[in-house]
Design a protein around this ligand. Structure first.
Ligand code: SF4
Ligand code: FES
Length: 280
């Protein structure tokens, strides 16, 4: 290696390697790279791949903490590789491993299909019972800033799966829904435009749902977007109990067919396009 400048540091990466086509079990491979301030772990992996080992596999896309593709375990903590500067977490050694609680596709690439399947299972979208109104609107779905605030922070989730990797319950029960889908179930159920609670409660209220959470809080601890899944899960438990005791009825409340005072109705309300598939 060339002579170091004052700002550069040699860092040893211990990277978890596993190719299911040829390896019977995972092993660790050591690489040393010269790191300068500002380099992210993703930059370091690119440097290794370009200069030392083209066979190294990892996943990334946006490089700016938005797409959620580059989640991995950095010195034991679930983190985004593109959002983590190397010298912020080590001055010497860095262990890099794939996210736990997922199968490994290859090296640092986790199989995220279970996350997305569980996410889909909780119906992660606003469900409206008034289909006539959806097809031919006569009003708008008004929502106050206070109503928006109730779910806003939960909508910042980028589906990176770091919370799922950090969850101790998921580590012992692979059928457990996990923090990301459960927080999404709360995000949509608390939305005043939504009528889907009854559908979601069958999934999040079952034996692998929210009541299995024992509030370790690690999911919220590792979330790179400041989302608080642990809080959403406790709030969802509350919604389920209130529903069970028939204290609270879940349905959209702020669907207003007219206009709130002081708001001018638009002269023409555009019609929704027809469904592209036949409705049952
Ligand atoms: S809640 Fe946070 S850690 Fe979990 S998937 Fe969403 S963004 Fe990632
Ligand atoms: S590459 Fe998109 S979040 Fe890291």
């Amino acid at each position: 290696m060339a002579k170091k400048t004052q700002k550069e540091t040699d860092i040893i990466f211990y990277i978890h390697r596993f190719n299911p086509d040829v390896d019977s079990k995972p092993y660790t491979q050591k690489y040393t790279i010269r790191v300068e301030p500002g380099m992210t772990v993703l930059d370091g992996l690119h440097l290794i791949k370009e200069t030392q080992d083209a066979t190294l596999s990892y996943r990334f896309s946006c490089r700016m903490g938005v797409c959620g593709s580059c989640g991995m375990l950095l010195n034991g903590r679930p983190s985004l590789a593109c959002n983590t500067q190397i010298l912020d977490i080590t001055m010497k050694n860095l262990t890099v491993a794939p996210l736990p609680n997922f199968n490994i596709v290859k090296d640092l690439v986790p199989e995220l299909t279970p996350l997305f399947e569980k996410h889909i299972s909780i119906h992660p979208y606003v469900i409206q019972n008034k289909t006539d109104e959806m097809l031919d609107p006569t009003g708008e779905f008004y929502q106050s800033p206070e109503e928006l605030t109730k779910y806003l922070q939960f909508s910042y989730c980028i589906k990176c799966g770091l919370c799922m990797a950090a969850c101790p319950t998921l580590a012992t029960d692979s059928e457990y829904l996990g923090p990301q889908p459960m927080l999404q179930s709360y995000r949509y159920s608390i939305d005043t435009r939504d009528d889907g609670f009854d559908k979601r409660k069958k999934v999040v209220g079952n034996t692998h749902g929210v009541f299995r959470c024992h509030y370790a809080g690690e999911c919220s601890n590792v979330c790179p977007k400041g989302v608080d899944p642990a809080r959403a899960i406790q709030l969802m438990k509350r919604e389920l109990v209130l529903d069970y005791l028939k204290i609270k009825k879940h349905r959209s409340t702020s669907f207003i067919m007219g206009k709130p005072e002081g708001v001018k109705r638009r002269p023409e309300i555009p019609k929704a396009p027809p469904f592209t598939v036949e409705q049952k």
